[in-house]
Design a binder for this molecule. Structure first.
Ligand code: C2E
Ligand code: MG
Ligand code: MG
Length: 469
């Protein structure tokens, strides 16, 4: 993520007496150039560009491997050329050294400052784990740096003053490389330069959040196209017989840099950009390929976003995939999350009806946590309710959860719906649900979601080798 900070600047030459710090015109070495290759900068004594890039690469690695965040601040000085024009190159260099000294004085133990170009400095600063705190700390550092840079520098008989624009990029897991991060900071600094007024901190935070979302949206589409997102399978157990009767397919993104990225992170990104159906189609295709190797009694549930149900072409597309892959629709189930099931009831009704006629079951997922009204439950004619895991996990300790589970089971019975309890983590929870007559269950007590290969093996050997499938 990247954003920028702009400081006002001007250049003054107001003939005042020097104050506590003075830039004088005494013997002064010839102006050292910035070596364009190594970036060596003898003028300020700061690390070279090469050292800086190496350190930045380390920071990116640390963020990706260990989640250790940091910030990159690109600082563009303004006013140097005017100072040089009026006072000469020596004075310009002395003033620049003073800026470097001031910025160095603001660094903490592990921070690094370098001069990357004539007017460009950069800082790598340690970040904070919590994204909001990280952003705020970087904002504050940038604000302090702008203030410090803008402090007039007393010279012989005048004051010199620089201004600065700062572009900030937050280095968090998922950043691909040094040039990406530099690009992010430079790009937003450029935007700021074109703006007339200084940004407020609130706007900076919003911009940063937006940039992060955009980066994720771009990356998840790339990941989908690259085949990095695949189904894992969590067994669904017939509680009366204690046998696996199928699986829920849960999307797993095996990111080349970040490792496993959970669906809660990338599913909302795909929904935001209206590309969630690309995930559903990818998942369905792979589920068909995996499940075709399994016994036909194993039913596979796939999560479908409620927003997709209003697309009149969805049923045809999904049924075509099943047909192309040679999968019997009766082995499929679509789970619709309750949270968004509100908008286009007639369209959702039509989609679910087409699936029903093809033999595909439909379930209302996470029941009890969202907005589905009892009216919608009836109108959409679901086959199954999935009790949200928060109620199941709290059932044995919390009287309210216990009553809610009983109420959902009673409601389902009266509406002739099957029930799947999610989030069964203990043997006691499993036993309690069996006693209450709940038909199906899934949860870590049985198994987490596993690879297709492991799921196939489970069907042969049973869970923990105990439950014959
Ligand atoms: P969900 O459909 O309600 O899936 C159940 C979630 O609970 C899964 O998290 C599962 O790993 C987790 N879970 C299962 N048993 C237990 C348990 O005993 N204890 C606890 N604490 N958790 C348990 P996961 O895989 O992170 O998925 C989160 C959500 O992301 C899913 O909730 C679903 O809404 C969404 N999702 C996953 N895959 C897809 C997909 O392919 N498409 C869409 N649209 N959404 C998906
Ligand atoms: Mg689900
Ligand atoms: Mg659920």
């Amino acid at each position: 993520m990247a954003y920028s900070f702009r400081g006002s600047w001007n250049w003054r030459d107001d003939q005042r007496k020097p104050r506590d710090f003075a830039v004088t015109d005494q013997a002064y070495p010839a102006r050292p150039p910035i070596d364009p290759i190594a970036g060596s900068n003898r003028l300020t004594g700061l690390p070279t560009r090469l050292e800086f890039a190496t350190r930045l690469q380390c920071a990116i690695q640390q963020a990706n491997d260990h989640g250790a965040p940091s910030s990159l601040l690109l600082i563009n000085l303004q006013g140097r050329q005017e100072i040089v024009a009026r006072h000469g190159a020596k004075m310009g260099d002395r003033a620049l050294r003073e800026i470097a000294r001031r910025l160095e004085g603001m660094l903490r133990k592990n921070d690094m400052l370098a001069r990357l170009g004539e007017d460009d400095f950069a800082v790598i600063a340690d970040g904070q784990a919590e994204p909001e705190a990280h952003r705020d700390a970087a904002n504050r550092m940038a604000a302090r740096m702008v203030q410090t840079i803008c402090q007039p520098i007393p010279a012989n008989d005048c004051e010199l003053q620089f201004g600065a624009n700062i572009g900030i990029a937050l280095c968090r897991p998922g950043i691909a490389g040094v040039s990406d991060l530099l690009q992010m900071a430079a790009g937003t600094m450029q935007q700021t330069k074109n703006r007339p007024a200084r940004l407020s901190l609130g706007e900076l935070s919003r911009q940063a959040a937006l940039t992060v979302e955009e980066a994720l949206e771009h990356d998840v589409l790339r990941g989908l196209a690259a085949g990095e997102i695949l189904p894992f399978y969590q067994p669904v157990i017939d509680l009366a017989t204690n046998r696996i009767c199928g699986f829920e397919a849960l999307a797993r993104w095996q990111h080349p840099v970040r490792g496993f990225v959970p669906p809660d992170e990338f599913v909302p990104a795909l929904e935001r950009i209206g590309r969630i159906s690309a995930l559903t189609e990818t998942m369905l295709t792979q589920v068909c390929r995996d499940a075709n190797a399994w016994p036909s009694y194993a039913r596979i549930a796939i999560n479908v976003s409620a927003s997709e149900l209003s697309d009149p072409l969805l049923p045809r597309r999904l049924l075509q995939i099943a047909e192309r892959e040679g999968m019997a629709p009766a082995r499929l189930e679509f789970e619709i999350t309750e949270t968004a099931l509100v908008h286009d009831i007639p369209a959702a009704q039509a989609s679910l009806e087409t699936f029903r006629q093809a033999g595909i079951l439909s379930s209302l997922d996470d029941f009890g946590t969202g907005y589905a009204s009892l009216g919608q439950l009836r109108q959409l004619k679901f086959d199954r309710l999935k009790i949200d895991q928060s109620f199941i996990r709290g059932m044995l300790e919390n009287g309210e959860c216990d009553k809610i589970v009983d109420a959902i089971l009673g409601l389902a019975r009266s509406l002739n719906l099957q029930v799947v309890a999610e989030g069964i983590e203990t043997q006691a929870a499993a036993a309690s649900l069996v006693a209450r007559g709940c038909e199906f269950g899934q949860g870590y007590y049985y198994s987490k979601a596993v690879t297709a290969q492991a799921a196939g093996a489970m069907l042969k050997t049973g869970l923990r080798g105990q439950i014959a499938a």
